[in-house]
Design a protein around this ligand. Structure first.
Ligand code: GDP
Length: 435
């Protein structure tokens, strides 16, 4: 029999209410042990007193009973909503830990059980992780869609279409004694061609889902003293826009997360990339460098008072670059097409933020059934490779059906229907205890 697991499901720290979740066959008996009464009617909150083994009251609060399989994990689940103080939470967790057959849940264990019981497919598991991590409106929308199963359904439809083709082919191979009629494989071609077309089209928007998940990466480039750090601080200082900043220890932030109209933008400070003084900071810099290397947008900063640096900088200009003339408070802008700003006075900074937001809108609009992980794109490319082999191959039915099988298996990896043991650990490591 499966072990019964328990954990604090709400965030760590003091709060008004804390939720402790129990999942497994021992969930119902746990309610009886703690409250001295049978579980309340399913999915209805009931007020109860919770007592330890010697009858001492720990707290009173709400208990909810979700008999399996209609629960988050698919197993019997109990939820205890208690006061969110440390002693209450510790007291209750200690009582649960002493109960026979109960064990503390590891990171992501509840979600893992939901996946194992078919309550969520792998894309929904990822959607849930993204929803918990979402910092902006657009990220929330994309994550919620994935949790609702948009991507999983689309991929599963494609897989079912492939399985149908495969079934026709295999039935024919089994029933026809001699050579298969050529027209069988020929007859499947239009359906496979149509699938190749829709899957390739979907793949072409692949990066945007991942971008929205991670944020549009914007780096600030420019000669030393052009004012990169000053501009970053000026942007980060706009309190309304800032979500969080990852500090390079006590010095300037290396990454600043901005929320521009609900769109996530990560500003990477290349000025902060110059020197590292300790290990933690070096790691921060390593990450910032990796992000900068695949920046979506560059802000090329030119110092209005140092025209001699312009020519060298102009060489780095491309279509993903916004040209910024800084220190507009000291000298008139001498470069056409540049946005004049002053990191010192804040002049022009609103227009700059608007320009960044416009770029973000262009790139990050959440699409239907967006591909939000690299592995989604990899699987679709594997699927396409197999389908193209099918289309290119001479009409050998054994090879043809093997190609269709491989294509279907690649799709099955996205939703977790087939051999995904290797990716499960990676995916569930995104969760923390209680999820
Ligand atoms: P970085 O090396 O590109 O990061 O440049 P800093 O941000 O460290 O700025 C270099 C110097 O220029 C500092 O003394 C700043 O105070 C100054 N500075 C930066 N932006 C402006 C600006 O818009 N106007 C004025 N007057 N000074 C600025």
């Amino acid at each position: 029999m499966a072990e019964t697991i328990f954990a604090l499901a709400s965030g760590a720290g003091v709060s008004g209410v804390a939720v402790i979740r129990v999942s497994g066959p021992g969930a119902g008996p746990t309610i009886e042990t703690l409250t001295g009464r049978p579980p309340p009617p399913p999915r209805q909150a009931a007020l109860r007193r919770f007592r330890d083994g010697s009858g001492h009251e720990i707290d009173h609060g709400l208990v909810l009973w979700f008999p399996g399989p209609r629960s988050f994990t698919g197993e019997d689940v109990a939820e205890f909503h208690v006061h969110g103080g440390r002693a209450v939470i510790q007291g209750l967790l200690a009582v649960l830990g002493r109960l026979e057959g109960l064990a503390p849940a590891g990171p992501g264990a509840f979600t893992r059980r939901a996946f194992d019981h078919g309550r969520l497919d792998l894309t929904q598991v990822e959607g849930l992780a993204d929803l918990v991590a979402a910092e902006t409106e657009a990220q929330r929308i994309q994550a919620l869609r994935q949790l609702d199963g948009d991507l999983g359904r689309l991929v599963e439809d494609w897989r079912q279409a492939l399985i149908l083709c495969l079934a026709h082919l295999e039935a024919a191979i089994d029933f026809v004694e001699d050579d298969l009629p050529d027209d069988l494989i020929v007859g499947l071609r239009p359906r496979i061609e149509a699938l190749v077309a829709v899957i390739s089209a979907h793949l072409s928007q692949a990066r945007s889902g991942e971008r929205l998940r991670e944020g549009l990466t914007v780096v600030i480039l420019g000669a030393p003293n052009a004012g990169k750090s000053s501009l970053l601080n000026r942007l980060a200082g706009r309190e309304a826009a800032i979500v969080s900043s990852i500090a390079g220890t006590t010095r300037d932030p290396i990454e600043v997360h901005l929320d521009l109209d609900g769109l996530p933008v990560v500003l990477v400070d290349t000025a902060g990339l110059r020197e590292a003084t300790d290990e933690i900071e070096r790691e921060g810099i390593r990450r910032a460098e990796a992000r900068a290397a695949r920046a979506d947008l560059k802000l090329l900063l030119i110092d209005a008072t140092a025209p001699e640096t312009h020519a060298a900088m102009a060489a780095r200009f491309d279509s993903d670059t916004l040209l910024i003339i800084n220190k507009a408070d000291l000298a008139p802008a001498t470069v056409a097409d540049g946005l004049a700003v002053s990191a010192a006075t804040g002049q022009g900074v609103d227009a700059l933020v608007d320009a960044i937001a416009a770029k973000a809108r262009e790139r990050l609009t959440p699409g239907a059934a967006a591909l939000t992980r690299e592995r989604h794109g990899v699987a679709l490319r594997d699927c396409l490779d197999a389908l193209r082999r099918f289309l290119a191959a001479p009409e050998d039915p054994e090879l043809a059906s093997e190609d269709l099988r491989l294509a279907a298996r690649a799709l099955g990896r996205i939703t977790g229907r087939v051999d995904v043991e290797d990716v499960l650990d990676v995916i569930f490591s995104e969760f923390c205890i209680g999820k």
